[in-house]
Design a protein around this ligand. Structure first.
Ligand SMILES: C[S@@+](CC[C@H](N)C(=O)[O-])C[C@H]1O[C@@H](n2cnc3c(N)ncnc32)[C@H](O)[C@@H]1O
Length: 363
């Protein structure tokens, strides 16, 4: 007979996994609503029946009904007349929920969490195999949901905070970006380019080169910059930053949420050192991890470990001699990489953010 405390632990974990299954289906439902444009249709059309939603979003009416019922049952949507027949119920996107589900510019935009979660599960057979063999998986293996989920998650932070709060919080950097001759910035691992464009928008004379090893991200970045108003000062290059041999020199090099994904982070930092002009600075944002391993850990650390086992560790395991950093890159690890690459100083920058810690590397 298990003891009382063992029974309690057993029941608590069983209940937790039950709740986790429900939460997982919340994410699946949000993924479908986001990808099929169902939230957007509800936001545009207002309270809708299954038939109206099906028509507005061009999906099958029976599937529309099931999704609407699932969403209302889960409290993500509301229903105006639950007692009506299935075809006559009207479903509503509640005020507040519209911002989380539809407003791509909002810091509260939450749909990318569903997109990330789906992306992480997409190459599950390769992940299982990678655990056995130690091989890595590139971003490509996670499909469009990987790169677009990332871009849609970070875009609001870049557009709302990077140019107006983060960079101005660093006076030396801010002044250089405002000064003449116009500064040159390299945005390493720029993904779909929103950070590069946001920096250029905040400082009207500078030019920004975004580089990324993922071809599809660079193509997306080029589409995003076209017609953005900064296309004359922002260029995107498909390059591996570990091998990049830029002839140009840069006053600022940035790496946003990417160093921990790199298989050769020290080589990348070495390349970056060579890319710096005299007095040039490196700004890195990466996960706001605890200083040391703790268990049980905070929700944020749990989220990071989740990404790590499903995606980021595999990204950092590509090729011979891969660093295999994982999402939970602690400040101490970054310091070691920077020192190995020849930087003499690593400062924690005075920028507060829920998800990221900022580091300034000085030659
Ligand atoms: C988590 S995403 C971050 C993208 C973007 N900075 C953002 O914050 O949305 C990591 C990015 O690092 C890029 N990356 C990884 N290793 C790289 C390398 N060696 N050179 C250039 N980019 C690299 C990936 O292709 C991916 O776009």
């Amino acid at each position: 007979m298990p003891s009382v405390s063992v029974t309690a632990s057993r029941d608590a974990l069983a209940e937790r996994l039950f709740q986790a299954a429900i939460a997982t289906f919340d994410l699946y439902g949000v993924y479908l609503g986001d990808r099929l444009g169902l939230y957007r249709a509800l936001a545009t059309e207002g309270p809708s029946t299954a038939g109206e939603l099906a028509e507005a979003a061009r999906i099958n009416r029976r599937y529309a009904r099931e999704w609407l019922e699932q969403q209302a049952a889960s409290g993500i949507l509301a229903v105006e007349n639950a007692e009506a027949g299935p075809d006559d119920r009207r479903f509503v996107l509640p005020a507040g929920h519209d911002e989380v589900l539809v407003d791509e510019s909002s810091l509260s935009f939450g749909a990318p969490f569903a997109q990330f979660a789906m992306a992480c599960a997409r190459p599950i057979d390769e992940i299982v195999e990678a655990f056995r063999t130690g091989q890595g998986i590139t971003l490509e293996g996670y499909g469009d949901d990987g790169r677009l989920g990332q871009a849609r998650f970070t875009r609001p932070m870049f557009e709302k905070l990077l140019g107006s709060e983060w960079l101005p919080a660093l006076p030396q950097l801010h002044e250089r970006l405002m000064a003449d001759p116009p500064a040159r910035v390299a945005d390493v691992a720029c993904g779909c380019g929103w950070s590069s464009m946001s920096i250029a928008r905040a400082y009207p004379t500078i030019s920004v080169d975004g580089i990324d090893v993922d071809q599809a991200s660079i193509e997306e970045a080029r589409r995003n910059v076209a017609g953005s108003g900064v296309e004359d000062r922002v260029r995107f290059y498909h390059r591996d930053a570990a091998d990049a041999d830029f002839a140009e020199r840069f006053d600022l090099v940035t790496i946003f949420e990417a160093l921990h994904d790199m298989s050769r982070p020290v080589d990348v930092l070495r390349t970056i050192r060579r890319m710096l002009s005299d007095g040039g600075l490196v700004l890195i944002a990466d996960e706001r991890t605890e200083d040391s391993f703790t268990a049980p850990a905070s929700d944020l650390e749990r989220l990071y470990y989740g990404f790590s086992i499903m995606s980021c560790l595999a990204s950092g395991m590509v090729g011979p001699g891969a660093a295999g950093t994982g999402t939970v890159m602690r400040a101490e690890t970054l310091r070691r990489y920077a020192t190995d690459a020849g930087f003499v100083q690593v400062e924690i920058a005075p920028i507060e953010n829920e998800f990221w810690r900022f580091y300034l590397l000085v030659e």
